[in-house]
Design a binder for this molecule. Sequence first.
Ligand SMILES: [Fe+2]
Length: 451
Amino acid sequence: MNNWLDGFAKLHSFKFIGDKVLFSGRMLESKNYLESVEKKELVPQLTLNAFLDKRNDWNFLELLKIMTKMKEGTAFDNFNPMVWRFGAKDKEKGMYMALTDSPSAMRFNISDLSSMGLYLPKMIPFPVTGCAHPLREPGTDNTLWFMTKVDVIGNKFVEIQRYRPSDSFSEPEVISVFKPAKTSMVHSFSVTEDYIVLFMYPLDADPLDIMAKKFHIMEAISWKEKTDTDVYVIKRKDGSVRHLTTRPMYSLHHANAYQINKNELVVDLCEKNPNALKDYLTVGKIFNPPKTTDWKHVKSDEFSRWKINLQNNTVTKSIFVDSVNNPFVNMLDFPVINEKYRGKPYCYLYGNSLIDYTRTAIVKKDLCKDGGDKVWYKENHYVSEVWFFPTPGESLPEDDGVLFTIVFDGNLKRSYIMLMEAATLESIAVSYLPFNVPWSAHGYLFPEAQF
Ligand SMILES: [Fe+2]
């Protein structure tokens, strides 16, 4: 394997009880994983990048097997970046899923992490992509999600979906269906009080190119630097769609969005260099980081604010001031907020910030006042994504809660978990783990899980 995300998916859980933490980890037992373990050989499946040793690449027969699996929706079942609950908030009835940008998902038991099988959407019209970042619909326990699908004559369209707690995985309510100006690799989206906001970037992998690149998706990515980004604003109430455009850009993660009024929306995004997507996470690059660090803010990896004006049909970008003079501050990605503020005006954003491959920091960005940004950085310590757990109770400040993260201590060569005061970004508890946990992202708090 050659891409960090081609590593087989493993779930970890941390359960807090009094002053103890219970820790467990379990491989996601997908069909392709189990068959590969049994055969001691990778069975035909879709991977992100081509293999390190080209001689290992799929032969003709294996390519045919992958094509058959594509039709069945089983060519990719390595759901490693995200966990989410569809269905009711109940450890038995809830559908706890491991997800990627694939339209299928693997259900697992939230209490013991055992795998419960692959869940497929309706296969006609054929689903091409899903989205690794579903969202809760504000004020409800519904899940908002979207898929790109293709009909029998090859027309691609976007389906915006709503999963109410009683909906099955294959039968969500369809909020809106529209034909986009172009298809795009979209990893996340935003929600506001009235709208769903989708940015469709000039970056995609054509299915024919994916086949030509032997089903290694990232090898087929193409970035069209002169093509605009399409912005779709979908009214949740009636599914009506507004189409706007802005300059070519790319982002993996939306942070949050909200409405200033009926016609003006704010969307906060973490921009990413589109050219880095193809090989940033390849083994060759990860194992050979730059020898020296250029402690500078990288403009292509900027956290930025986009204002959408539905009256004037404009989408304009603004950037944030670095009022604490720290290059990490405005390069934040893997954005996390207090979920009570999803789709609403908010002030605090937490995330990881990365300079080169080896300088990792936790950042708290104050979006409401200058000088309020905070950074946690420790030399030779490597942080994973943070998660925000709000202090239980009503009418508490937005940043009243703790942050949780997994850190690798480069001096001791051991992983530890850390709880931090979200308000101050000060470490309040640390616990070294019995096993090392590689860099992880996209966890979630599921208080209904059983001990
Ligand atoms: Fe993500």
